[in-house]
Ligand binder design. Structure first.
Ligand code: CUA
Length: 660
């Protein structure tokens, strides 16, 4: 579309109103086409907008009240929280509290349910107040997103969290005591039987100590398969297992699908087994780890491993672990050489091929699952690694390579047989055809793109249309905010409309949380969240009516010894009771139910100076437990502007001093 056509279309839309936008403003004062066109031209001139800018605006602008077509679940990086972003508008819709306290959701600030979830995520009993969230994984059914759950990993404190998309609440965190860092997670198998978590930095399994001199003998990696029970909405650690790996740095992982269902894959770097130690006369880790031309793609038969784990695993730190030798003997683990210090590993939508980004190699290498299976079946191994893992011949395992440019990392797919690979060093996205391995075009991003996500691009049925480049640098993109800059999510149009069939950057979304990593993009109509909690008194973590739910008219205060139970309700615009009297040193349990059933009628409950703020969505029940260890007069009030009498939705919590 040229500029004139865009303007005409815009003017026409303004003149005619928007039939698809009931309730929206009709003709916004532009009468004849010519005057609208003239004012558009002036607006473009005044705001210094090019034709491409206006095209981008038309493709992303989302009028008030209009919903987005896709939702992105993006890592919130160090915040330990999960971002929900609408596409194409790039509006941030929510920060979901996961690994760290989040005050607005009342997560970890007094509420007992979320405190217990966060406690599950403590590390060897030590509370962890940050995360390094990397890779969200939406639950899948038959290889397609089903919109029910999302799983995320924390690289720094190896953990996996389960978030229920009925209410976007984190219901469970599992801590891996087996490994000391993860990276290849979270990735789900095609029916979400397992959530994969693969170690990154090798260490003695189970948290044992061994000096780096014993690295080759005592340090190990592992791939963990956390079993997810959908009916129970939980990961079941006792039904999970892991496979011991040699002490390479295992990197990104993916599960097979369709043809390759039942198998999982991960990359590795540092097959040199460098340990660093620059002051001890060793090469720095980064150069020690970059000596070999090839590292090893790990090929894992998880379906068979799940059977082997029943009889031949040994329990380490509470996890059933298939020892490396058993994995070799049972044919669960094979290596294929891969060039060189690779990073991303992405299985194609048909499950036939595995695309590995070279990072220090200019190619994406396309491994073929059937070729790999043929070599395994024929026992055609070219060598063994130092631990005895059979190595398949590289040349016979690949379908080919495509030269893309500098620093290929991650690959996403559209529904038309195209792949999109991020080029970190070149700071571009390369579009190429998977079938004939031909580079089609490249588009520049700003800057240093890491992950990228396409609409449902890692499922069996990618939707194409949009791609988001997740960029690490943003030096000249936004207003300066000090030396620590936001990072930049760039929306890229894949449709080729209005840009001669080529990709176009449409929008820059600054992300004020570092460092967001990966994301997944799902069709918004697949997510069917609750509007309210029903029946009244539902517990957000258990998804059951709380045994302590309070009915209107049955509010009360009960004392047993020094334990005070306060059965309280909230409804516009009061708490009942609104005056609570306790004694210094009492153990207080506030059982608090929001009686509202109106959509969005959320109240908050703050108890001043006691570090308590609950979020009470309609119908929700929350439990607040604390010791009244400071005497005094403490206002308690509603922290959501819920009504005209919101400020009056308050009361007093009186703590009578102990008699001296
Ligand atoms: Cu309830 Cu403000």
């Amino acid at each position: 579309m040229n500029l004139r056509a865009i303007l005409c279309a815009l003017v026409l839309a303004l003149a005619c109103g928007r039939p698809e936008s009931p309730g929206g403003p009709k003709s916004a004062g532009s009468g004849a086409g010519s005057s609208g066109s003239a004012s558009m031209a002036k607006l473009m001139k005044d705001r210094n907008l090019s034709e491409a800018d206006v095209t981008a605006a038309l493709k992303t602008y989302t009028p008030s009240g209009r919903k987005d077509e896709f939702l992105v679940f993006a890592s919130g990086g160090h915040s330990g929280q999960l971002l929900v972003i609408g596409v194409p508008s790039m509006r941030i819709l929510k920060y979901v509290a996961v690994f760290t306290p989040e005050p607005w959701q009342g997560y970890g600030v007094g509420d007992k349910g979320s405190a217990e979830v966060l406690k599950e995520g403590s590390r060897h009993g030590k509370p962890i107040t940050w995360g390094d969230m990397h890779h969200p994984a939406l639950s899948e059914t038959k290889g397609e997103y089903d919109g029910e759950f999302v799983f995320v990993n924390d690289k720094a404190n190896p953990r996996i969290a389960v978030i229920n998309l009925k209410d976007f609440v984190t219901e469970q965190i599992v801590e891996s005591k087996l490994i000391e860092a993860d990276h290849g997670g979270a990735f789900v198998t095609p029916n979400t039987e397992y959530v994969i978590e693969t170690s990154q930095y090798a260490a003695p399994l189970g948290g044992a100590y061994a000096d780096l001199k014993e690295y080759n003998e005592k340090y190990r990696g592992a791939m963990t398969f956390w079993h997810f029970d959908r009916a129970k909405r939980r990961i079941i650690p006792d039904e999970s297992f892991a496979i011991e790996f040699p002490p390479y740095m295992q990197d990104l992982a993916d599960s097979g699908k369709l043809t390759s269902d039942g198998w999982a894959f991960c990359n590795s770097i540092n097959t040199e087994r460098a340990t660093g130690g620059v002051l001890e006369g060793n090469p720095p880790l980064e150069s020690g780890a970059s000596q070999n031309d090839m590292d090893y793609l790990h090929v894992v038969n998880w379906r068979k491993a799940a059977e082997v784990a029943k009889t031949k695993a040994k329990v380490i730190a509470g996890m059933r672990v298939i020892p490396l030798q058993v994995a070799i003997d049972e044919g669960l683990l094979f290596f294929v050489p891969e060039p060189k210090s690779p990073h991303g590993l992405d299985v194609t939508p048909d499950g036939e091929d595995l695309v590995v980004g070279g990072k220090l190699d200019t190619h994406a290498t396309v491994f073929n699952f059937k070729k790999i299976q043929g070599l395994i079946a024929a026992k055609k191994f070219e060598a063994k690694d130092p631990y005895g893992v059979p190595i398949l011949p590289f040349a016979e395992s690949i379908r080919g390579q495509v030269e893309l440019g500098l620093g290929p990392l991650h690959t996403a797919f559209d529904g038309d047989g195209n792949a999109y690979t991020s080029l970190f060093i070149e700071t571009k996205v390369a579009k190429w055809n998977v079938k004939d391995l031909k580079l089609i075009e490249k588009i520049s991003t700003q800057y240093n793109i890491g992950h990228l996500v396409a609409a449902e691009g890692d499922t069996v049925a990618p939707k194409g249309k949009y791609l988001i480049a997740m960029n690490k640098w943003a030096l000249d993109r936004f207003n300066p905010v000090g030396p620590l800059l936001p990072q930049n999510f760039q929306l890229i149009d894949l449709s080729g409309d209005a840009n001669g069939g080529k990709m176009q950057v449409l929008y820059d979304l600054p992300i004020g949380l570092g460092e967001p990593h990966n994301a997944q993009m799902i069709r918004a109509d697949k997510i069917k969240p609750w509007n309210i909690y029903k029946p009244v008194g539902l517990d957000a973590v258990t998804k059951e009516k709380s045994p302590f739910a309070v009915e209107g008219g049955k509010e009360r205060v009960e004392r047993k010894g020094n334990v005070v139970d306060v059965y309280m309700t909230a409804i516009r615009s009061h708490f009942t009771p609104d005056v609570v009297r306790v004694k210094e040193g009492d153990k207080v349990r506030i059982h608090l139910t929001n009686l509202e059933q109106a959509h969005d009628a959320t109240h908050g409950f703050a108890l001043n100076s006691y570090n308590i703020n609950a979020s009470l969505e309609p119908g929700k029940h929350t439990e607040l437990e604390f010791t009244a260890d400071r005497a005094g007069v403490f206002p308690m009030y509603c922290t959501e502007f819920c009504s005209a009498l919101h400020l009056e939705m308050a009361g007093y919590f009186l703590v009578e001093p102990k008699k001296k």
